[in-house]
Design a protein around this ligand. Structure first.
Ligand code: SAM
Length: 457
């Protein structure tokens, strides 16, 4: 069944305590368990209400999978009735509203949905846009079912705080009628063997008080309060709490660079990349460029390495015809079968001796700043000679003319820029960051650089 990741009992109890904090249940309140699974939340609610001597709300659990439902029913919980039904259907809205909703909605990416499901969800949910995930839809459906003044706590991946796909959900959670009271980042290993970067979101519908602050707890235990941006923008900077407020300058890295792009994918690096000493002599120097991979940037502490690319492209980026290839052709012919087997040749009709993508050589062969695509800590190196053709695991940026190269490099490696990058970039496993160009383009930079560049135009 889709997206079954059971919540450990202690974690369920922790989440329910947060749900009832400052808002314990009253007689005849109702509580909803969407995607109830084997009912760890319902069990936690009974335990906590008994301990605290609170009335147990009337519970309703909805679960698609009969196997988990059977286990849930076997628990003999006294306050809850379970139904085998789909939570993501319009008929669900015919239910009365609930004072509490709590759960661990399914994390099911769009790739695991069939075409009918995708079409149905897109017609029903505002949050079903782009590469959506079912937990976004569970949030939206639940907001409809939450009574005025009611509270909801969900544990989900933290990604919805910043990915583009979740912008509609962020809008729903901030544009009036909803107050996100707390966001707590939970330990990476909270779910056995799964890296999900979980977070617990607790919110209230139509809150009575005017407090618009969100209490944030990060994985290192630090806490702060913040006001979440209300326009669907990423919440990363507000939530990660870095003091980035003074950084907005009106100019961004995108404004002062010609391009920020990943290096080249060949589809056959095992052939096109080799040690400088191993290059067949007849290929030198015409068909050879220095290169660097992400891991080599660390090993060599910069872009000067022992590896080279064997490259069929001219300095203007054009690919010579087969009869103009000379020594390159003799070399490539030895590997023709392997080269022809690549998807770029089979599916995209690229020349058998070309790369997976055409290198923008005129941009590439310029002084540039290089950095790893995935890094524990962001770090930037200069490639001043302008002859290195980076591999796909290295990003490169080319400053606009007039932008001071060394100042830009120093700024990118400064604690301030690093704090912004850490706050805004997507997280990969084990605390690594993905330094994507579309995020870095928004890094604020000193305004004078944009002006210098404008002045040179
Ligand atoms: C992440 S699991 C959590 C289960 C349980 N709440 C827990 O914490 O252990 C999500 C549950 O949602 C159920 N589910 C998935 N899609 C559903 C849908 N459309 N309607 C109802 N339940 C669904 C799955 O079968 C799974 O049991």
């Amino acid at each position: 069944m889709k997206g079954h990741v059971p919540t450990p009992p202690d974690l369920a109890e922790h989440i329910v305590k947060g749900l009832f904090e400052d808002a314990p249940p009253h007689e005849n309140d109702r509580i909803l368990y969407p995607g109830a699974g084997t009912a760890p939340f319902a069990a936690a609610v009974e335990r906590i209400c008994r301990q605290e001597d609170w009335p147990v709300p009337n519970g309703y659990g909805v679960e698609l999978d009969p196997k988990y439902l059977a286990e849930a029913r076997e628990r003999d919980l006294s306050h809850v009735e379970f139904d085998e039904r789909d939570y993501l259907v319009e008929e669900m809205l015919e239910e009365d509203e609930f004072e509490y909703i709590v759960g661990n909605p399914p994390y099911v990416p769009i790739e695991e949905l069939d075409d009918d499901e995708k079409t149905r969800y897109k017609s029903l949910f505002e949050t079903a846009t782009g590469r959506f995930d079912l937990y976004l839809l569970f949030f939206e459906q639940s907001l409809e079912l939450l009574a005025p003044g009611g509270r909801l706590s969900f544990i989900t991946p933290e990604k919805f705080e910043y990915v583009d796909t979740a912008a509609p959900l962020r809008r729903l959670l901030t544009n009036g009628g909803v107050q996100v009271d707390a966001i707590e980042h939970v330990a990476e290993d909270a779910f056995d063997g799964l890296v999900t970067f979980p977070c617990v979101t607790t919110l209230q519908r139509d809150p009575v008080d005017e407090d618009t602050e969100t209490h944030v707890t990060l994985r290192d235990g630090t806490t702060h309060t913040t006001t979440l941006p209300a326009d669907g923008e990423s919440w990363a900077a507000s939530i990660r709490g870095a003091d980035l407020s003074g950084m907005e300058t009106g100019a961004t890295l995108g404004d002062v660079t010609v391009r920020i792009s990943p290096g080249m994918a060949t589809g056959a690096d095992s052939l096109f990349v080799c040690d400088r000493d191993e290059v067949p002599p007849q290929l030198k120097p015409e068909w050879v460029y220095p290169t660097v991979s992400g891991s080599e940037l660390t090993t060599f502490d910069g872009p000067r390495t022992d590896s080279v690319f064997i490259c069929p492209y001219r300095e203007d980026g054009s690919l010579p015809g087969e009869d103009e290839l000379g020594a390159f052709r003799d070399w490539a012919s030895l590997h023709r079968e392997e080269l022809e087997d690549r998807s770029c040749v089979q599916k995209q009709g690229e020349a058998w001796y070309g790369w997976h993508e055409t290198p923008p050589m005129e941009d590439l062969l310029q002084p540039k700043i290089v950095f790893k695509d995935i890094a524990k800590e962001p770090r930037f190196w200069a490639e001043r000679e302008g002859d290195v053709v980076p591999r796909h695991t290295v990003y490169y940026l080319i400053p606009q003319e007039g932008v001071p190269f060394d100042d830009l490099l120093k700024y990118l490696n400064s604690p301030k820029a690093r704090a912004w990058i850490e706050a805004n970039c997507q997280k990969a496993a084990n605390g690594f960051l993905r330094l994507q160009s579309r995020v870095l383009e928004d890094l604020p930079v000193p305004k004078k650089w944009a002006e210098t560049y404008q002045a040179t135009l």
